[in-house]
Design a binder for this molecule. Structure first.
Ligand code: ATP
Length: 246
C-alpha cells in the first residue's frame, strides 16, 4: 500500500520556487530518505508535505488525495510530524509533552494512553528517567527523542522526520538512527530528510537526491550509496575507498 504519494510538487516562497516538480512514493513499512546539500529544498518540501506550507501538485495520503491538508487532519489520519524546530513545550515536563501527542486519540475515545506511554518510555529509556524534567532543560539528543516520542504517542503509520541528526554528537546520532531502524521493524514507515547522507543511505530502503529544488537521482538506497556521483558529492573519499574494496 502506498502511504504517501506526491506528484509534480512545487513549493514557492513568493515568486521563487524552492521545490520544483518533485514526485515521490512511500510504501508501508519503508524508510525513504531525501538527501542533498544545504538549501536544496528538503525542509521546504517536508514542511509542505506536513501541511505547514502551501504546495502545488498532487499529494495523497493512504490513497486519499489531500492537498494542503490541515496538520490536525494529517495527524488524525496517522501521519506523525517531527519538524526541524521540534516544537516542544519548553516549560512543560517530558511526560506532559508526550501526553499531548496522544491528545487527539484520547479525545476520540482511545483508552490505551498508559500502554502507549510505556512503549515510548521503553523505546527511549532516557525520557523515562527524565519524565518530570522540563523540556527546555533537555540536551539536543533528548529533545530529538522527545519530539519523536511525542509523534509516536499518536500511533502513526508514517513519520515525517526532518534532520533528526542536526547538531547532535556522533554517539547520540547513532542512537537516533537505531531508533529509526527499530520503528521500521515495528512497521512504521518513515520519510527521512537528512544532510548526513552516509547514515541516511545506510538505513533507508529508497532514496532521492535533491539539488537546487529538484530530485536529480533516485533509487534503492544501497545502489545510490555505490553511485560515483553520490559518493563524490555526498559521501567523500572514505566511502569511495570502501565501495572499491567491496
Ligand atoms: P538545510 O538542510 O540547510 O535546511 P534544505 O535543503 O532543507 O537545506 P530549505 O531550507 O528547504 O533547504 O531551503 C530551500 C531554499 O528556499 C533556500 O534557497 C532557502 O534560502 C529558501 N527559503 C527557505 N525558507 C524560506 C523562506 N521562509 N522565505 C524565502 N526563502 C526561503
Amino acid at each position: 500500500m502506498t502511504l504517501l504519494s506526491a506528484r509534480d510538487v512545487t513549493v514557492s516562497y513568493g515568486k521563487i520556487a524552492a521545490v520544483r516538480q518533485v514526485s515521490l512514493n512511500i510504501a508501508a513499512g519503508q524508510v525513504v530518505t531525501i538527501v542533498g546539500p544545504n538549501g536544496a529544498g528538503k525542509t521546504t518540501l517536508l514542511s509542505a508535505l506536513m501541511g505547514q506550507l502551501p504546495l502545488q501538485g498532487d499529494v495523497a495520503y493512504f490513497g486519499i488525495p489531500l492537498r494542503n491538508p490541515p496538520v490536525e487532519r494529517l495527524v488524525r489520519a496517522g501521519v506523525g510530524l517531527i519538524p526541524e524546530s521540534r516544537e516542544l513545550f519548553g516549560s512543560m515536563s517530558v511526560s506532559d509533552n508526550l501526553r499531548l501527542g496522544s491528545f487527539d486519540r484520547m479525545r476520540a475515545g482511545a483508552r490505551d494512553g498508559a500502554v502507549v506511554l510505556a512503549e515510548v518510555f521503553a523505546l527511549f529509556p532516557r525520557l523515562a528517567e527524565r519524565r518530570a524534567q522540563n523540556a527546555q532543560t533537555l540536551s539536543g539528543g533528548e529533545r530529538q527523542m522527545l519530539a519523536m516520542g511525542r509523534a509516536l504517542m499518536a500511533r502513526p503509520k508514517l513519520l515525517l522526520l526532518d534532520e533528526p541528526s542536526l547538531g547532535l554528537a556522533p554517539l547520540v546520532m547513532r542512537d537516533i538512527f537505531r531508533t529509526i531502524e527499530r520503528l521500521r521493524e515495528r512497521g512504521v514507515a518513515i520519510l527521512l530528510v537528512e544532510q548526513n547522507a552516509r547514515a541516511a543511505l545506510r538505513i533507508a530502503d529508497y532514496a532521492y537526491v535533491m539539488e537546487a529544488g529538484r530530485f536529480v537521482l533516485e533509487g534503492p538506497a544501497a545502489d545510490l550509496a555505490r553511485n560515483t556521483r553520490v559518493i563524490e558529492a555526498y559521501l567523500g573519499v572514505a566511502a569511495a575507498d570502501t565501495a572499491q574494496r567491496e
